[in-house]
Write a protein that binds this ligand. Structure first.
Ligand code: AMP
Length: 394
């Protein structure tokens, strides 16, 4: 059988990211982004080999954008598409792995939408549009939460009245599961260890960031919780704050729930601390020029990350290594180094030259000789979604 092609779709509320993945090739055949959907500025960008293209699609909705990108995909896949893999943010307790899309799984994705009101409805739009365009093709949903369904109860329960869990699903779910799973498996391969007999701490650091403890191929704890706001300092998200902050702001400043929600999700994190930017590159440059806000944001980011990794180590009985991934984890030697400065007690120490070398997609070991393994592993969620789709096709 010749190598198969899987289209991977990641639908947001006003955007669609896509990649055409061939099972035998490391690089995508074509990939791109439709953005500002529903507005007069809607546009489709895509890259095929070295060539970049754009096409304006004024006021296009998800369905129209999908039909355009599917015709591009069909041309580049020479008409042969074997399945479609959809990223779905929340699978609740219903999904502990990828699932073929059918009436029952669609209903389950709809049911958990209240837990991810911004994401799941957008993911459903993409699935429904793709099903209309390709009724005969196998479609698979791959969930950000699924990998973390192996958390033990003592890691996923909040200390709140148990009825909130039993009747309303209030518990920790965790996110970025597709990335944590992909990089920890890769790290085991790179280290000559069996994935199901190895133990990892993972730091996925991008615009959204989370840590994860992976033991014997299973997630045992993770820093995000009921929603992707819990845990680390992120681009615009606060991560952990005192849970009484909501009532404090409501009482003292009269802020509404919507205002507090928006502040914690959109105006906080690196942006809020620095007063400058949510982008780590911008902050690193500003820090070099002495910008106090950028310097503080980087210090808080690294300290909180180190604290979270130390906390995650409670879930492991052995440590085979620490993995850095995501836009920041794969590129920032400074963040990796400043974080490890706080983790000497875990026996972690970097080799400065190796740390400097592992940027822009270069994977590798960056620990000092004789110390616990530290690896930079570029993530590839699209490839993992394609692999999960292929596994269900088989
Ligand atoms: P992601 O969400 O995984 O695409 O990651 C986005 C984040 O990665 C942004 O904060 C970027 O500033 C950061 N990033 C990308 N390249 C670099 C770099 N060379 N140095 C520092 N941060 C980077």
């Amino acid at each position: 059988m010749s190598a198969r092609n899987i289209l991977v779709i990641n639908c947001g509320s006003s955007s669609i990211k896509f990649a055409l993945v061939n099972e035998a090739q490391e690089t995508f055949i074509v990939s791109g982004l439709a953005e500002r959907l529903g507005s007069p500025e809607a546009v489709l960008h895509w890259q095929h080999g070295q060539h970049k293209h754009s096409q304006a699609l004024p006021s296009a909705d998800h369905g129209l954008a999908l039909s355009h990108l599917l015709s591009i995909v069909q041309q580049t896949a020479a008409g042969v598409l074997h399945g479609i893999g959809h990223r779905v943010v929340h699978g609740g307790e219903h999904f502990s792995g990828a699932s073929r899309v059918d009436a029952a799984s669609l209903q389950a994705i709809r049911q958990v939408a209240p837990l991810a009101p911004l994401h799941n409805p957008a993911n459903l739009l993409g699935i429904e549009a793709a099903m209309k365009l390709f009724p005969d093709l196998v479609q698979v949903a791959v969930f950000d939460t699924a990998f973390h369904q192996s958390l033990p109860e003592h890691a996923y329960r909040y200390a709140v009245p148990q009825a909130l869990y039993a009747e309303h699903g209030v518990r920790r779910y965790g996110f970025h599961g597709t990335s944590h799973r992909y990089v920890s498996r890769k790290a085991a391969q790179m280290s000559g260890l069996a994935f199901d007999a190895s133990s990892w701490l993972v730091a996925h650091l991008g615009n959204g960031s989370s840590t994860c403890a992976v033991e014997n191929g299973r997630s045992r704890d993770t820093s995000m919780g009921l929603t992707p706001l819990e845990g680390l300092v992120m681009g615009t998200r606060s991560g952990d704050v005192d849970p009484n902050l909501h009532s404090h702001l409501a009482r003292t400043l009269g802020w509404s729930l919507e205002r507090i929600d928006s502040m914690l999700n959109k105006d906080s994190g690196l942006l809020g601390l620095s007063g400058l930017s949510n982008d780590m590159r911008t902050l690193e440059q500003a820090r070099e020029q002495g910008h106090a806000g950028a310097t503080l944001a980087i210090e808080v980011f690294c300290y909180r990350l180190a604290k979270s990794l130390a906390a995650m180590s409670c879930a492991l009985r052995r440590l085979d290594g620490l993995i850095f991934t995501g836009g920041i984890g794969e590129n920032s030697a400074l963040i990796r180094s400043k974080t490890l400065d706080h983790l000497g007690l875990l026996g972690l120490q970097l080799d400065a030259q190796a740390n400097a070398r592992c940027v822009r997609g270069v994977a590798g070991a960056i620990h000092a000789d004789g110390h616990t393994r530290v690896l930079v592993v570029p993530t590839n969620e699209e490839r993992q979604i394609a692999l999960d789709t292929l596994a269900l096709l088989d």
